[in-house]
Design a binder for this molecule. Structure first.
Ligand SMILES: [Zn+2]
Length: 281
């Protein structure tokens, strides 16, 4: 059974001009990606998965806007398989009311990003949202990784910020997206330390195989691969690409003495029952 914990549902217009321009110029380094994701296209892409978490991104700073209603409507059309997350911008003065509305719409977690939304993950605005999320039992998936849009604040991107978030809110379920790309050692430290912090392997593993090998080898050596969740970051990558990248990760070790990651560990990531770990089963 595959659970994809990280997938996007937004049209090009909803991604906003900064994000679209970056991809259109190829500056993301992801090659050409079709950012126009309709419900039909998303549904088709999630065919190999038993369950998929889906969200849009709302950011005042980057003019990104996918109404929670769009996500909720799509999830409601596919109950049992599609799990919708809301996207809350902590800079929105109405953030807490938006969270309650999201729950009323049937959304079950929150997509957040200090990088896209320009906030300090340990600042007051974020604490307010993290505290309410803990109380409402809403897991958060956060982009704690780099980005190449010029005005995104990298000082708030590092996954190590979530050590303090997890100490302040120990019952909040947190997913650090992309194993903290490129700060996988910092992401490893945080997921190793805190029982309710996980990392998803989406995006980076398939697109940057050498980085992906190092991230997995680091997590394996530190016995935290059971905290790694499968995700595609669709439309950036597909489920098939991501599974194939995981299964071929040991090719760098061929003919060398560097460590390999056992195939049962790789299959464990691909078939992780993430919904149970996140309290969403
Ligand atoms: Zn993503």
């Amino acid at each position: 059974m595959i659970v994809d914990v990280h997938s996007h549902l937004s049209t090009r217009q909803q991604w906003g001009r900064f994000f679209v321009e970056m991809f259109d110029k190829g500056a993301s380094g992801h090659g050409s990606v079709d950012l126009e994701v309709t419900p039909e296209r998303h549904w088709q892409a999630m065919e190999p998965a038993a369950h998929a978490i889906v969200f849009g991104i709302n950011s005042h700073a980057l003019a990104m806007r996918t109404p929670d209603e769009c996500i909720a409507e799509y999830a409601a059309a596919h109950p049992g398989k599609i799990i919708g997350f809301m996207s809350v911008d902590p800079n929105n003065p109405d953030a807490l009311r938006q969270m309650q509305r999201g729950v009323d719409l049937g959304l079950r977690g929150i997509k957040m990003s200090p990088v896209y939304q320009h906030y300090d993950p340990n600042g007051e605005l974020a604490q307010r949202v993290h505290g309410a999320a803990q109380e409402m039992r809403l897991p958060i998936l956060t982009h704690a990784a780099f980005h190449c849009i010029a005005n995104t604040p990298m000082e708030w991107a590092n996954p190590l910020h979530y050590d303090r978030v997890a100490r302040d809110f120990p019952n909040l379920k947190i997913i650090l997206a992309h194993v903290g790309l490129p700060w996988f050692t910092d992401a490893m430290v945080v997921i190793r330390k805190h029982p309710n912090v996980f990392a998803d392997i989406s995006g980076g593993i398939a697109l940057r195989p050498w980085w992906g090998y190092q991230a997995l080898a680091c997590c394996y050596e530190n016995s935290v691969c059971h905290k790694l969740l499968f995700g595609s970051d669709f439309p950036i990558c597909t489920i098939e690409q991501t599974a194939a990248a995981l299964r071929s990760v040991n090719r760098f070790a061929a003919g060398t003495g560097i460590p390999t990651i056992p195939s049962e560990v790789i299959e464990g990531i691909i078939h992780r029952d993430s919904l149970a770990l996140l309290g969403l089963a």
